[in-house]
Design a protein around this ligand. Structure first.
Ligand SMILES: *[C@@H]1O[C@H](CO)[C@@H](O)[C@H](O)[C@H]1NC(C)=O
Ligand SMILES: *[C@@H]1O[C@H](CO)[C@@H](O)[C@H](O)[C@H]1NC(C)=O
Ligand SMILES: *[C@@H]1O[C@H](CO)[C@@H](O)[C@H](O)[C@H]1NC(C)=O
Length: 390
């Protein structure tokens, strides 16, 4: 007869074994980091049906299936080749969470995505995030984070997308931003950043820094080697000086918004064979002087151009009247004179926009481009030293 207690003992052992398996599903330091993450959020702002409400540490965060607990907000590598499960993603719902971001998150070293957007996180962005060497996406937009953009974030070699827009971040941009060699998209718009642009990450596609207090010029050293840059969004800052000719020759450039700065000059060089994808340029609401650069018309795909509310003088280049790609043209609020090119009003082209509030002669009122009236003669006379030029 077999020992009647053997079976019992065996099942007790296997039960223990199973329990210990379950217990060790997630790396214990990852569990500790998740606990610290949740603990730094005001419990009063965690609704029972929100993702964080389902984070109940009486069960393992990576246990699968997770029907009752940890239903959302966190992801794990579900089938680790060896060893315990690791947390790979924290993507919170916009459920009104208010709190700080625990520095313990820096211990979740397999994290590839950290997205806390559209909540009420406040306080500093912990510099410990620099330990997240696998992080590809860091999205903290639309919260109330304050303090500086931590310089240590520049260590994140895997980072592809960094969106810290719509917070209250202040101080200069990190000096070694160009160490972010994997970065494709950088959005720090709607913060309180100051200082000038440092050297930018070399593989960037999209740069968005609008609505900050950045100053200085667009220096060639910041943009050197950025051959993939397609979108530049720098409106509503305090950038000054000259936009030099090299800028619009950046090889992949398509959309440029530099509106609402204090730029004084713009140089446009004709594109060569390997550049000229430019589609939309907004230089409105600056202090740009001189004539309208006729070389804009040499960009074959240029479809939208705004130079409104600057200090431009002289005639509208005749080339603009023959430019078939041009669909939107805003030149209002300058001191342009002479007769606008007839091609802008022909029935074949359909250019919309405005040429109003200038010193133009014979802007046909039948055209929507001329709906806004020209400046009073007295102002135009003054602008042109007494005698309006034809
Ligand atoms: C966590 O889950 C356990 C077991 O399901 C339950 O007894 C406990 O009340 C839960 N805790 C919270 C805070 O919901
Ligand atoms: C420029 O700034 C003014 C005032 O801050 C704002 O109303 C306007 O929308 C801005 N224009 C552009 C093109 O950003
Ligand atoms: C127009 O572009 C050409 C070629 O890049 C350049 O040599 C010339 O100076 C430009 N004209 C102006 C007025 O900037």
């Amino acid at each position: 007869m077999p020992d009647p207690f053997l079976l019992l003992r065996l099942s007790a052992i296997s039960l223990l074994f199973l329990t210990s398996l379950v217990d060790s599903l997630t790396l214990s330091s990852d569990i500790a980091a998740l606990k610290a993450f949740k603990a730094s959020i005001n419990p009063a702002t965690i609704q029972p049906f929100a993702c964080l409400g389902s984070w109940n540490f009486s069960t393992d965060p990576c246990a699968n299936p997770r029907r009752v607990h940890f239903t959302c907000g966190v992801n794990c590598d579900d089938t680790p080749a060896a060893g315990p499960s690791r947390v790979t993603q924290i993507t919170l719902d916009p459920a009104g969470y208010s709190g700080t971001l625990s520095p313990e998150v820096g211990k979740l070293t397999r994290l590839t995505v950290l997205d806390l957007s559209n909540n009420y996180f406040f306080g500093p962005i912990p510099s410990s995030l620099s330990s997240l060497s696998n992080l590809q996406t860091l999205v903290l937009h639309s919260n109330s984070f304050s303090g500086a953009v931590p310089a240590s974030l520049c260590n994140l070699k895997s980072l592809q997308s960094l969106d810290l827009s719509r917070n209250s971040l202040s101080g200069p941009l990190p000096r070694y931003l160009s160490s972010l060699i994997g970065l494709r998209r950088l959005d720090l718009s709607f913060n309180r950043l100051t200082g000038s642009l440092p050297r930018l990450p070399p593989n960037l596609l999209e740069l968005a820094l609008k609505a900050n207090s950045l100053s200085g010029s667009l220096y060639k050293s910041s943009f050197d080697g950025l051959t993939q840059l397609e979108v530049v969004e720098l409106s509503d800052n305090s950038l000054s000086g000259t936009v030099e000719g090299w800028f619009f020759l950046l090889q992949s450039l398509q959309q440029v918004d530099l509106a609402n700065n204090t730029l004084a000059r713009v140089e446009i060089w004709s594109p060569g064979k390997f550049n000229g994808d430019l589609v939309a340029v907004d230089l409105g609401f600056n202090r740009i002087e001189g004539n309208i650069p006729a070389n804009f018309s040499a960009y074959p795909s240029l479809s939208s151009l705004s130079l409104r509310y600057n200090r431009l003088r002289g005639p509208i280049p005749w080339e603009f009247g023959k430019k078939e790609s041009l669909k939107r043209l805003f030149l209002d609020g300058n001191y342009l004179n002479g007769t606008p090119p007839q091609g802008l009003f022909s029935s074949e082209t359909s250019v919309s926009g405005s040429l109003g509030d200038n010193c133009l002669q014979s802007c046909p009122v039948s055209s929507q481009l001329c709906l806004k009236s020209q400046k009073p003669l007295s102002i135009c006379r003054q602008a042109y030293g007494g005698k309006p030029r034809s």
